[in-house]
Design a protein around this ligand. Structure first.
Ligand SMILES: Cc1cc2nc3c(=O)[nH]c(=O)nc-3n(C[C@H](O)[C@H](O)[C@H](O)COP(=O)(O)OP(=O)(O)OC[C@H]3O[C@@H](n4cnc5c(N)ncnc54)[C@H](O)[C@@H]3O)c2cc1C
Length: 357
């Protein structure tokens, strides 16, 4: 039995690929129904290609195209055309479509089943379920995203804070705006079905963070204060939630070591700075790669080594971009406008979603 723990993009991609390969996997997802997740919901060309492979038709699901990018900080802003057509689709829609595709491919998907802990023995894995049950597994695909499973924590340490808030009344058009603000940055892009999605990555202790995490208006004010472009874009913004959704301890830059015993996928395998908008693509790519490794009889360490080697060069570029934006946001905004070729190069270098070797 191959058991996948977690039904986000990584777990679903692994389930679809395994089921298509004739493996009849079992996927355990703790949420009884698909829910919102803290995510900018930007899908680059690599995510779109992986989704097409998995049978997901983005336009048919109502995804909206994103063709341009704006970087803004203070009074500076730089605009450029993306080197590919990107898409925006709410995670509620995307995650549900992927889980249904997994079921249609022949995977067993059990929702509302949380795994509390995992331990390994000579014959495979024993998974202790939160309801007191036990599930055995020959192979374990760990797709729990940012959540650590007892016995298999990443040990990634402290990290950034993520916040998400859908808005109405934002004239964002077909652009993704990266808006510098105190303690980090926000991504703003059109949301399928109307409105826009505002998503922030902030350092712990960022000024105004505590209030912004509690209050939608304070969050909009925090982003508006960071740049003239944000002020203009958010002038008539109406928050669709009273309170933003938040996630803590996001370990940007983490790459799982090759000695991993379980097949780690998605955020359990690597976490790219949100600025690049490639986490979903990497979740899909690593899920597909892990499934292929299992079908080919390779071990988890082989999968982890291949995925690490595949993502490290792009993760280095992403890390440089992230620290440049933190140290010199105005310089980054200026450069994006002066040297759009460089900005497009960086956007291409940070598309890491295709499966590794
Ligand atoms: C601020 C921010 C902005 C971002 N913006 C973007 C963006 O614009 N574009 C992009 O591509 N990426 C973005 N990302 C990254 C992206 O959201 C993640 O990389 C992606 O969701 C990872 O997918 P996953 O399948 O690994 O994990 P998840 O999507 O988190 O799914 C994990 C699943 O596992 C389940 N689970 C957890 N623990 C258990 C358990 N014990 N038992 C059973 N089930 C369990 C959860 O309920 C969940 O459904 C952003 C991230 C942040 C923090």
């Amino acid at each position: 039995m191959i058991v996948i723990v977690g039904g986000g993009p990584a777990g679903a991609a692994a389930a679809i690929t395994l089921a298509r390969g004739g493996a009849a996997p079992l996927l355990l997802e703790r949420d009884a129904a698909t829910r919102e997740k803290v995510c900018g919901e930007f899908l680059g060309a690599d995510a779109a290609a992986a989704l097409a492979t998995l049978g997901i038709d983005l336009p048919a699901l109502g995804a909206v195209p994103v063709r341009r990018a704006v970087f803004a900080a203070g009074g500076r802003e730089g605009r450029f055309e993306l080197p590919f057509v990107a898409w925006s689709l709410p995670r509620l829609v995307l995650d549900e479509a992927l889980l249904r595709a997994a079921e249609a491919a022949g995977a067993e998907v059990r929702r509302g089943v949380a795994v509390a802990a995992a331990s390994e023995d000579a014959g495979g894995w024993t998974l202790r379920l939160a309801d007191g049950g036990v599930q055995r597994a020959r192979h374990l695909v760990l797709a729990t995203g940012k959540h650590e499973l007892r016995g298999l924590g990443r040990g990634a340490g402290a990290g950034s804070i993520g916040l998400k808030l859908p808005l109405a009344g934002v004239p964002i058009g077909d652009a993704i705006a990266v808006l510098a603000c105190a303690g980090g940055y926000a991504g703003l892009q059109p949301r399928a079905g109307g409105g826009a999605n505002l998503c922030l990555a902030l350092k712990p202790g960022a000024p105004g963070l505590a209030e912004a995490a509690r209050d939608a208006a304070a969050l909009v004010a925090l982003v508006s204060a960071g740049s003239r472009a944000a002020r203009d874009l958010l002038r008539d913004a109406e928050p669709l939630w009273q309170r933003p959704m938040a996630v803590a301890a996001v370990p940007y830059g983490y790459v799982a070591p090759a000695e991993s015993r379980a097949f780690r996928v998605g955020d359990q395998a690597a976490v790219i700075p949100s600025l690049c908008g490639d986490g979903i693509a990497m979740a899909l790519g690593s899920g597909i790669q892990a499934a292929r490794a299992i079908l080919a009889g390779h071990g988890a360490a082989t999968h982890q080594a291949a995925w690490g080697a595949h993502v490290r060069p792009g993760m280095r570029v992403a890390g440089l971009l992230d620290s440049a934006l933190a140290r010199g946001p105005r310089m980054v905004a200026t450069l994006a406008g002066w040297a759009p070729g460089l900005a497009r190069w960086a956007a291409r270098q940070t598309r890491l979603g295709s499966p590794g070797a």
